[in-house]
Design a protein around this ligand. Structure first.
Ligand code: SIN
Length: 300
């Protein structure tokens, strides 16, 4: 069985990616990065960002809440210091970019037009910034405009990372498709908050994004809802902790998956998910991805 997947111009060796913001730039664990389909970097903005005040993570049974606030070195430092290091990796590299205007998205893409960058993931779903992020991702019109503008600026693979926060992701996925995206990824974290004993917000950023296993049933629902109505591939994300979770997302219609929070617990989690997924396929004598992808719908 061939495990390769092509999205846009990029051929991924297998369908498992490390999700943005949970695997840094992949440089600390090349042995993992080089054996999965690829990595999606932490979100890069035009200007450097210090991110949200501490604390940034709250753990609860079933998941975590984060408010990192897109801390990153900014595009110039990323290009100068991190991009050359990324040449050491053999896997596919998708750069997650977070603009605060259409012009900024174009600036990011223009500034990162290098061979080592296989593609871009447009971050239209970060819940931890006042403008941009989720506010763009809740508007199908903005999703289409941003995607269209970026599409005109690059031939590289274009993935749009969508939100499930107070918007039907089918509407925004259709908008991304209309704008010329090669794939959509869903879902990013869902709004949440936690309080301390004195009734104050626990997180320095007050509110945050929920991720981890508790997200999986909703993410799966979103993937099935969107994938069956799209012509472009869907990348499933949300609470994937095991190979069986990945199989569930493929069954619901995802072509690829991203492993996020699991990597924060165990940096080798994405590789473990890929190995378990491959074992499962061999045990079940799967001949083609098409035998699994979207099989929930075929059983209707
Ligand atoms: C953050 O940096 O606060 C999270 C990024 C994201 O959810 O896209």
């Amino acid at each position: 069985m061939k495990y390769r997947i092509k999205i846009g111009r990029t051929v991924f060796a297998n369908p498992v990616l490390a999700a943005s913001g949970t695997f840094g730039f992949g440089l600390k664990f090349p042995g993992v990065a080089n054996r999965i389909g690829g990595i999606v970097t932490k979100g890069i903005t035009v200007e450097p960002r210090e991110g949200s005040p501490l604390p940034r993570i709250y753990e609860f049974p079933g998941g975590i809440l984060n408010s990192v606030g897109l801390e990153n070195p900014g595009v110039r430092r990323f290009r100068k210091e991190i991009l050359p290091e990324l040449r050491r990796l053999k896997c596919r590299v998708i750069v997650n970019i977070a603009g605060f205007s259409i012009d900024e998205f174009i600036e990011l893409v223009d500034g990162l037009d290098y061979k080592r960058v296989d593609g871009f993931e447009l971050n239209l779903s970060c819940p931890n910034v006042k403008n941009g992020g989720v506010t763009f991702g809740q508007s199908p019109r903005m999703v289409e405009r941003i995607t269209k503008a970026v599409r005109k600026s690059t031939n590289k693979t274009l993935i749009v990372k969508l939100t499930g926060n107070f918007i039907d992701p089918l509407k925004t996925a259709k908008a991304a498709e209309q704008g010329g995206a090669d794939a959509v990824c869903l879902i990013n974290t869902l709004f949440g908050m936690a309080l301390d004993e004195s009734g104050r917000h626990f997180l320095g950023g007050r509110t945050g994004g929920i991720s981890g296993p508790c997200l999986k049933p909703f993410a799966l629902f979103c993937v099935e809802r969107v994938a069956s109505k799209m012509t472009i591939p869907v990348i499933g994300c949300g609470g994937i902790m095991s190979g069986m979770d990945a199989i569930d997302f493929l069954s619901a219609g995802a072509t690829m998956v991203q492993v996020g929070t699991a990597s924060l617990v165990n940096p080798k989690a994405s590789l473990a998910v890929w190995q378990a997924l491959g074992d499962w396929c061999r045990r079940h004598e799967v001949k083609d991805w098409e035998d699994i992808v979207g099989r929930t719908k075929r059983q209707d």
